[in-house]
Write a protein that binds this ligand. Sequence first.
Ligand SMILES: Cc1cc2nc3c(=O)[nH]c(=O)nc-3n(C[C@H](O)[C@H](O)[C@H](O)COP(=O)(O)OP(=O)(O)OC[C@H]3O[C@@H](n4cnc5c(N)ncnc54)[C@H](O)[C@@H]3O)c2cc1C
Length: 588
Amino acid sequence: MTAERIPGAPARRRLVVVGSGIAGLYSALLAAEAGADVVLLSKGALADSNTFFAQGGISAVLDEPAPGDTVAAHITDTLKAGAGHCNEEAVRVLCTEARLDIMGLERFGVRFDTDDDGDPALGLEAAHSAPRILHTGGDATGAGVANALILTVLDAQDAGKIQVLGHVQATSLIQSEGRVTGVEFLRNGRFESVFGDAVLLATGGAGQLFAQTTNPSVATADGLALAWRAGAELADLEFFQFHPTSMVLPAAGGPTPLGADPLLISEAVRGEGAILVDANGKRFMPGYHPDAELAPRDVVSRSIALHLASLGDPNGHVFLDARVVEANKGEGFLEKRFPTLSARTREAGIDWTLEPVPVAPAAHYWMGGVVTDLHGRTSVPGLLAAGEVACTGVQGANRLASNSLLEGLVFGRRAVEGFLGWAPPNGGVTDSPVPSAPALRSHAGERLASSAAGVDLHATTALSGTTEPAGPLSWQPELVPEPFSRTALRRLMTAKAGVLRTGGLLREAVEALDAWVDVVLPENVPDSADPRVHEDANLLLAAQLLVQAAASRRGPLGAHYRSDAVETQREEIVQRYTTRRKASLVND
Ligand SMILES: Cc1cc2nc3c(=O)[nH]c(=O)nc-3n(C[C@H](O)[C@H](O)[C@H](O)COP(=O)(O)OP(=O)(O)OC[C@H]3O[C@@H](n4cnc5c(N)ncnc54)[C@H](O)[C@@H]3O)c2cc1C
């Protein structure tokens, strides 16, 4: 497909948008509204996205905020959650402009829940200092937002303003003279292409990198891999947020996620008194943190991972026992307080009033991604990125709850503004959100510097937030080398580069990943017409890049946790002793 222009008519600039989550749908609508020629590609149905599964809501300080709330407070909360790793200018933009895009969503048909006075009902979430979470359908915000935007996009399609290509998978970016000029994609087993003045990647995250994830099956790091192969800079890939309690279903060979039907079990259930127990029925959280099940999210994730590892089952699961809630608060309480979760667990064959629910920490949100400026521009001309695939620096080392849908909105709009020429043409002093970590540069065709020798094996900082019950890191069993499969990759990433990381585990991950690259060729675009083959290559490439970034960051920061402090301290003592002896020999 080429950009067809009617002879004599003024040329309309064409924006090719890849992805139909909040960032893609909203950007496509704004660009079409401004008169651009828009083509929207999505690899599944339009609703197949992380966005659809979002529960809590969207954070925003409105014109009439909750008493005492301010944009400055939202900025402070975001910076704090990001563990000092955020781009402050990007955070300021995010929080200041939020209200603009909430109005934008309403214009496109999203109806937020209201209180008895008809004002927006504002929820309070962890680490927010005031109620500022807008939601739809109670805890079904993603579905509410996605459905409204999809209907508006379909209307725009009927009006000839947006061309929607569903069930097509972008496989590579087309470049000419250093610019991205289009996208190659697979449709019904055949390669086709679409050209435009710019391509906006809005392909979301990559939860499918890990054995347990809250993300649906479309989250396979495609956009990140496409951008990397086109030479774009990436950053902050070591920061992946894990949610502690995602339901898993036991299957042959170990637990599997619900795949396209993930179920995140909200912290509120633990808030009501549910406890975590292991396969022996033993409650273990009090041994890890004084606040037990109510410890911060990342601490609970780490504790579960440590406990599973200490049992020799890093890919295993524990159980969330909510029976105690029902016993304490009366029969029918769970059904009344958590109707959606009650229904969803029942659908999965579990009556949580009678039996514990199998849960495990699950890959939830990737803070890192394709580096952009404040108008979605990547380091490659013609290539824009917005939403979870992008790294604007707003999420820092750890995302503040309900800030990711907002990021897709604010920076999706700004990307469109940049495309339309409303934004300053170059970075400019206030428009250059260079992430606070050095970006990973990619050069198409150059092999990844990920050999085991290149990986750092020593962490330097102490354990934080969790008490590690076992001594040294003798708890991770060897994973037997096996041929590449997506399942093997995901198990490897969970066991070696998931919630708990050490230099040794990361080195093992590198070795295992390196053993697969000659078979899967992650740096090349596969010439196969099988969409899954492309996803596998993208996942393997993303895994290599993540592990490389994780190995380079020696100490824990935000969601990146290096648990080898004990081991490291011992190694450091040995090293220091050895060095001194050598020095004294020279002096002698
Ligand atoms: C269970 C769950 C609950 C969450 N709750 C919240 C919440 O309450 N608040 C909040 O702010 N955030 C929440 N998040 C995070 C948030 O949902 C995501 O970060 C956000 O929706 C990402 O939006 P996006 O538009 O960038 O990507 P997505 O919504 O993931 O959309 C990506 C799109 O790209 C398409 N795509 C991918 N690869 C290709 C390809 N090769 N070719 C064509 N199309 C492709 C996909 O099919 C999809 O349509 C939650 C996430 C999950 C999983």
